[in-house]
Design a protein around this ligand. Structure first.
Ligand code: ADP
Ligand code: ZN
Length: 527
C-alpha cells in the first residue's frame, strides 16, 4: 500500500480532547507521544498515577493499525478495557479467562480489523498462532506495561516477560514503548537490555509525590501501632497494610476485625473468586483496610487510599516506594508508616545470605536491602533519602516527613554499644535480642539460670536502662552491621570487622533515641 494513500493521522491533542475529555497534556506525555508518532521506541518512567496510560493509548488511536498492550494482570486489562469502552474506544483484552463466546467475538473483531487496542498477556501474545496473526496485521505500536516485570532483579519478576525480547525481531519497524513506575537505574538498564530496545528514548518523570507523608517507627506493638495509624489517618478512605507472609495477612486482618475494623486479607493463595471479591469491595469505595502481601499491587487504583502501612520491611527502596505510591492517587494528603525492627533486618540479611540465587543477583539484592535498612534508620529527611535512591535530588527537605517535623534526638552510643557487643560475645553468640537484653538488664528467668548467664560479668551491666531502650541500641547495631544473625533461630553474633572498632570505643557513634522519645511524646512509658 502506498504511503500517500493512507488517511491523514489524527492529531494527538484532538484525541486527548475528543476522546478523553482532557484539555492539556500532563508532564512528559506530549514528548512521549511525539516520539512514538515519529516511530521511535520509548522507555517511560513515571510514578503511579503519573498518567502513563495515555502515553500509548493516544498514539495507538492516532496511528494506523491495531495497538497492542502487553499487561501482566487480567484484572488490570479488564479495567482498562472497560474504561476505554466507556469512552467509545474499540478495545478488548485477550487472556485465559475469556468465555468461549467472548473469545470467538474477539477473534472475529480482530480479523475484521474492528479494534483499536488489544490488551494481551505476554504468553498469549507469544503463542505461535497469535503472533503470526498479529505480524501479518502490522500493529501501530506495542506497549509493554509494568515493564519492570522483565527484570529478574525487580520485585515483581515475571518469567513470561523475558520472552518479550523477541518482539523487536517479530515486529521490525513497529515502535515499542515500555512503561513502569519502578525508578531505579538498574531496573531501567535491565528493561532496555531485556526488551532489546537499545535505541529507546528514555523519559523520566520526577518521582517526588509531595502529598505523601513518610513516617517510619521501630516496631514495638504491631497491632497497637497499626490501630493508632488507622484511627488517625484512614478516615473515610482505604488503607493497605503490607505483610511479609500470607499467614500474617490472615492473622492481622482477623485481629483488626476483632477490634471492630473492616479488614480483609489478600494474598496469592486466595482463589480467583476470593481475590475478585476483595478487589470488588476495595474498589466499591467503602472505608476499609486490606491486609496484603505484595500480590496486592499492580492495578490497585483506588484514588482515596489514605494510608499504607508496612508491618514488615520491604526488600528494597524500589518496592517500598511503589507500594506506598498506591496511597493518595487523588492528590490529597496520604500517610505512610513503616514499622521496622532489628530482628527483621537481621533475618532478611540471613535469608538472603542463605539463598541459592546466583552471586551477582544476590549482591544486587543485598545492596538494596542495605539501602532499605539505611532508609529506615535515617535521621535526615526521608523523602530526600528515598528519592536519592532513584538518582533524584530534592532541592530542599520535604518539610513534612516524620524526621522533618520532629528532628530525631541522638545520643553518644559508644558505651551502650560496648555493653551490647560484650554481652553478645560473653554469652557465646548463641542468643537472640530478647535474652541479650535480659542479660544486660540483669533479669533472671528460667532460661538465664539454665545457661548460668547470671554468673557472667556482663550480667546486669545495663540495669540503668529499660528493655525498649536496649532494643533500640541492638537494632541500630544490627543496622550498622556490627551484629548479625547466624543460624535459623535468630541468634545474634558479632561481625568481627565492624564490631571491633566499636568494642574499642574508638569512633563516635551517634544513635537515634527514637523509641524513648516516640513513646514519651505520646504519653506511653517505656518499661
Ligand atoms: P499511571 O498508569 O501512570 O498510574 P494513569 O494513566 O492511570 O496513571 O493516570 C492517572 C490518572 O490521571 C487517571 O485518572 C487519568 O485519567 C488522569 N490523567 C492522565 N493524563 C491526564 C491529563 N493529561 N489530563 C488530566 N488527567 C489526566
Ligand atoms: Zn522530610
Amino acid at each position: 500500500v502506498a504511503a500517500f494513500a493512507a488517511p491523514a493521522p489524527t492529531a494527538p491533542l484532538k484525541v486527548l480532547k475528543d476522546v478523553f475529555g482532557f484539555e492539556n497534556f500532563r508532564g512528559l506525555q506530549e514528548d512521549v507521544i511525539s516520539a512514538l508518532m515519529a516511530g521511535e521506541d520509548a522507555l517511560v518512567l513515571m510514578p503511579t498515577g503519573g498518567g502513563k496510560s495515555l502515553c500509548y493509548q493516544i498514539p495507538a488511536l492516532c496511528r494506523e493499525g491495531l495497538g497492542i498492550v502487553v499487561s501482566p494482570l487480567i484484572a488490570l486489562m479488564d479495567d482498562q478495557v472497560a474504561a476505554l469502552k466507556q469512552l467509545g474506544v474499540k478495545a478488548a483484552a485477550l487472556h485465559s479467562e475469556l468465555e468461549l463466546h467472548e473469545r470467538d467475538q474477539l477473534w472475529d473483531d480482530l480479523r475484521n480489523r474492528r479494534l483499536d487496542l488489544l490488551y494481551i498477556s505476554p504468553e498469549r501474545l507469544l503463542s505461535p498462532g497469535t503472533l503470526d496473526f498479529l505480524r501479518q496485521h502490522r500493529p501501530s505500536l506495542i506497549a509493554i506495561d509494568e515493564a519492570h516485570c522483565v527484570s529478574a532483579w525487580g520485585h515483581e519478576f515475571r518469567p513470561e516477560y523475558r520472552a518479550l525480547s523477541c518482539l523487536s525481531d517479530a515486529f521490525p519497524g513497529v515502535p515499542r514503548i515500555a512503561l513502569t513506575a519502578t525508578a531505579d537505574p538498574r531496573t531501567r538498564d535491565d528493561i532496555v537490555a531485556s526488551l532489546a530496545m537499545p535505541q529507546a528514548r528514555v523519559f523520566t518523570a520526577s518521582f517526588h509525590r509531595p502529598n505523601l507523608v513518610l513516617e517510619a517507627r521501630p516496631k514495638l506493638s504491631e497491632s497497637r501501632q497499626l490501630l493508632e495509624a488507622l484511627e488517625r489517618y484512614r478516615g473515610e478512605g482505604a488503607a493497605i497494610v503490607y505483610c511479609g507472609s500470607r499467614r500474617r495477612t490472615e492473622r492481622l486482618a482477623a485481629t483488626l476485625r476483632e477490634k471492630g475494623q473492616t479488614a480483609l486479607a489478600f494474598h496469592a493463595g486466595l482463589s480467583a473468586l476470593e481475590k475478585r471479591a476483595v478487589l470488588h469491595r476495595f474498589r466499591s469505595g467503602e472505608p476499609m483496610t486490606v491486609v496484603a502481601t505484595i500480590a496486592f499491587g499492580m492495578g490497585i487504583d483506588r484514588p482515596d487510599v489514605r494510608l499504607v502501612v508496612h508491618v514488615d520491611m520491604p526488600a528494597s527502596p524500589e518496592a517500598y516506594y511503589q507500594q506506598i505510591g498506591r496511597a493518595g492517587r487523588d492528590g490529597e494528603t496520604a500517610h505512610t508508616l513503616l514499622l521496622y525492627g532489628g530482628e527483621d533486618m537481621a533475618r532478611a540479611r540471613y535469608w538472603l545470605e542463605q539463598s541459592q540465587a546466583p552471586e551477582s543477583e544476590k549482591r544486587v539484592m543485598q545492596g538494596r536491602l542495605e539501602n532499605m535498612i539505611a532508609l529506615s534508620e535515617t535521621t535526615g529527611c526521608r523523602t530526600e533519602a528515598i528519592l536519592e535512591c532513584f538518582g533524584e535530588k530534592l532541592p530542599e527537605n520535604c518539610g513534612h516527613c516524620d524526621n522533618c517535623r520532629q528532628p530525631v534526638p541522638t545520643f553518644d552510643g559508644r558505651v551502650a554499644a560496648q555493653k551490647v557487643l560484650s554481652a553478645v560475645y560473653r554469652t557465646g553468640e548463641r542468643f537472640g535480642a530478647v535474652v541479650v537484653t535480659n542479660v544486660l538488664r540483669g533479669k533472671k528467668n528460667e532460661m538465664i539460670e539454665r545457661h548460668a548467664l547470671d554468673k557472667l560479668s556482663v550480667f546486669g551491666i545495663g540495669a540503668d536502662h529499660g528493655e525498649n531502650w536496649w532494643r533500640t541500641v541492638i537494632r541500630q547495631l544490627i543496622a550498622r552491621g556490627a551484629l548479625k544473625m547466624h543460624g535459623d533461630y535468630g541468634a545474634l553474633g558479632l561481625d568481627r570487622t565492624t564490631a571491633r572498632p566499636l568494642l574499642q570505643g574508638q569512633m563516635p557513634l551517634p544513635l537515634r533515641e527514637d523509641v524513648h522519645s516516640a513513646l514519651r511524646s505520646k504519653g506511653f512509658r517505656a518499661k
